[in-house]
Design a protein around this ligand. Structure first.
Ligand code: GLA
Length: 665
């Protein structure tokens, strides 16, 4: 189905604070207190009904909307706008009992039973029929309710079940493959089935890549990733069709999980199907630098949204409950973390959930109202955030300005992270994260975009481990460089085409000519093994037998498996420059190279970056976020919307605080 022609206004004004509201857990007298407290905290919208199916349709075809009517009425009276869920995220027990065939199955053939949530197969026609019936009921009953501003399809599609391997999914996969390849001979060619006796004589013989004795066919895996993303998107479209038919004036979206930790869905394909992009982001305390990952995810969300403002639908006011240890946010972190999202393009700040549950699987997840109640530091901090977001409301709609682009692609990610590769230490998103952080720490801003994006407005493009790459993307990159652009390609890029076939003649196939290099063999390093370069930097993970055929050698290895071999090259091409980095530089060396590249390319950045300081410009608004332990001073003329201070040339931002400056220049 073509993307919706209609362009929707952003459904909330200013930078609205919001949250998931699950009132079915509480007595009706709590609902009244909730609305009063929401007003106190300046909550602008709530997402209602995400997990309400079992209470809205307690038995098949019998609905109980009375309680939901009351909640919507209370919210409306309180002036709280509603992002209305279609309530289909989790099937009720009567449905899974009557139709166990809707339950998902994993690669090992195990059924994922009911008892938690979201146990359904995206390709199940039975699930779809029941869900769409509920969507229709919801749309007819609430589509013109004055509190309702938008639709929220299901919830985090693919959060728990990205890939289903059941027989229904197998049949859907075969239909999808038939559509993609037309003839089985084309599939055999694309999958390279001449190897390992895998030749198929008909589509009927193809299965999902279930548990196998050894590596399964990588293109089979890649296509199953494509199919699985598409199966969920197709489900989204089915709900959307019902909603568009019945309520054509309400925007429709679903909350995505755009981050480098979950590769499930190709969100570049999803975004055109959403009336606005909505994103959930939770800090992951298991990572060495959770906030660098947040900044990357925000910038990727903006890339997915095509540069337009997006909704932060969910985040956490403090701890989550799904990591092994769940640290609480320190005082001040809630404001800074929320402003980081806004700085990077969010026009709402949403949370899961309004009131901390007293029972159930998420009772230790933070909320706006904690177990201690509203007389708590957390609730006061939430209310202060609500005030701060009101103060910066005029920022909404302003575009983020970025001089740097990082190219990422879900297809490349899927292909790169498969097994049977030269090194399991090479992971698609690692280099993207590292280079994003290096650029961000210099006070520059990067858009994280698809390789087919228009690159002409960027001063520097980083191609971090873009393992799979189309001819068109390689040609566009070359044209960008010839036209004066600066590009850095890092190792294990341009190796295969979209069928995951190696580009022959020497690595990195797609970029060999542009970079003026040729590699005959990879020489990955064992875990813990390091190499030294002749500029004094150290590196690990990767080296390769690189020949600089038509490029200047900037650094060579002095030890390791390939002493004397080039590690970093630079080639002037047309009016631009193409760099190749053939190893995994340590943090300091990455920072030094980022410093040189951004200077040479003329990237807008801080002259004096300092640890923990983030600076992002959205139109005429300058966000200065200082999570370091020293005060920071940044050039700025205008008014700090948070403090009201008028700034005559610079803004000083104390450690752990922020400024949002409406600039005059
Ligand atoms: C996801 C879900 C929510 C909740 C949070 C907890 O974002 O959408 O329902 O489970 O995770 O972090």
């Amino acid at each position: 189905m073509p993307a919706r022609p209609k362009a929707f206004e952003f459904p909330f004004s200013g930078v609205a604070m919001g949250c998931d509201y699950n009132p079915e857990q509480w007595d009706p007298d709590v609902w009244r207190e909730d609305v009063a407290l929401m007003r106190e905290a300046r909550v602008g919208f709530v997402t209602l009904g995400v997990f309400s199916w079992a209470l809205l349709e307690p038995t098949e075809d019998e609905y109980d909307f009375a309680w939901f009517d009351e909640v919507l009425g209370l919210l409306h009276e309180g002036g709280i706008a509603v992002d209305l869920a279609t309530a289909t995220a989790s099937p009720p027990p009567w449905l899974t009992k009557a139709h166990p065939e809707i339950l998902p199955v994993d690669a090992e053939g195990r059924t994922l039973w009911p008892g938690s949530r979201q146990s359904w197969c995206p390709s199940s026609p039975v699930f779809r029929e029941h869900a769409l019936q509920l969507v229709g009921e919801m749309a007819r009953r609430y589509g013109s309710h004055p509190a309702v501003r938008m639709w929220h399809v299901s919830n985090e599609l693919g959060c728990h079940i990205v890939r289903c391997y059941c027989d229904e999914s197998a049949a859907a996969f075969r239909r999808w493959l038939t559509g993609r390849y037309g003839a089985i001979a084309n599939l055999n060619e694309a999958w390279g089935t001449a190897f390992w006796s895998q030749r198929y004589s008909s589509f009927d013989e193809v299965l999902p890549p279930r548990l196998t004795p050894s590596f399964s066919n990588p293109t089979h895996e890649l296509d199953f990733s494509r199919f699985s993303s598409e199966a969920l998107l197709d489900y989204y479209r089915a709900e959307r069709t019902v909603l568009r038919t019945l309520t054509p004036d309400l925007p429709v979206t679903t909350n995505l999980m755009v981050n480098p930790r979950q590769s499930g869905q190709d969100y570049f394909r999803w975004a055109p199907e959403l009336d606005l992009v909505a994103q959930d982001h939770y800090l992951d305390a298991r990572l060495p630098r959770p906030r660098a990952e947040q900044a990357f995810s925000d910038d990727l969300t903006r890339g997915v949204a095509g540069g337009k403002p997006w909704m932060l639908m969910e985040s956490a006011t403090s701890a989550v409950n799904w990591q092994p240890v769940n640290p609480a946010k320190k005082p001040g972190e809630l404001l800074l973390d929320s402003l980081r999202h806004v700085a990077r393009g969010a026009d709402t700040v949403g949370f899961f959930q309004w009131r901390a549950s007293k029972a159930g699987a998420e009772k230790y997840h933070s909320a706006l109202v904690p177990h201690a109640g509203p007389d708590s530091a957390r609730f006061r901090e939430v209310a202060a955030l609500g005030d701060a977001l009101l103060k910066i409301g005029e920022v909404a709609g302003s575009p983020v300005e970025a001089d740097v682009a990082l190219l990422v692609d879900w297809e490349s990610w899927w292909a790169c992270d498969l097994g049977s590769h030269p090194s399991c230490q090479v992971r698609a998103m690692d280099a993207a994260l590292r280079w994003h952080r290096a650029v961000t720490e210099l006070g520059a801003t990067a858009d994280v975009v698809h390789p087919s994006a228009d690159l002409s407005g960027y001063r520097l493009v980083v191609v971090p481990t873009l393992y799979l790459c189309t001819d068109a993307a390689a040609e566009a990159l070359e044209a960008y460089v010839r036209g004066g652009g600066h590009v850095l390609v890092t190792y294990f890029s341009g190796i295969v085409d979209e069928r995951d076939h190696v580009r022959l003649g020497g690595y990195p196939g797609a970029f060999r000519e542009l970079l003026g290099v040729r590699t005959e063999e990879f020489a990955p390093l064992r875990a813990g093994e390091t190499v030294t370069l002749d500029d004094g930097s150290t590196a690990d993970v990767w080296t390769e037998v690189l020949e600089a055929r038509d490029a200047e050698v900037i650094a060579r290895y002095t030890d390791g498996p390939l002493p004397g071999t080039p590690a970093l090259t630079r080639r002037a091409v047309g009016d631009g420059v193409a760099w190749y980095l053939a190893t995994w530089l340590d943090d300091d060396a990455t920072a030094a190279l980022a410093e040189r590249l951004t200077r040479e390319a003329g990237v807008s950045r801080l002259d004096a970056p300092q640890p923990g300081l983030e600076v992002v410009r959205r139109g005429r608004y300058l966000f200065v976020l200082n999570r370091g332990d020293q005060a920071a001073t940044v050039p700025a003329r205008g008014t700090d919307l948070l403090s009201g201070d008028v700034l005559d040339g610079e803004v000083e931002v104390a450690a752990g605080t922020a400024a949002v400056v409406r600039t005059e220049d």
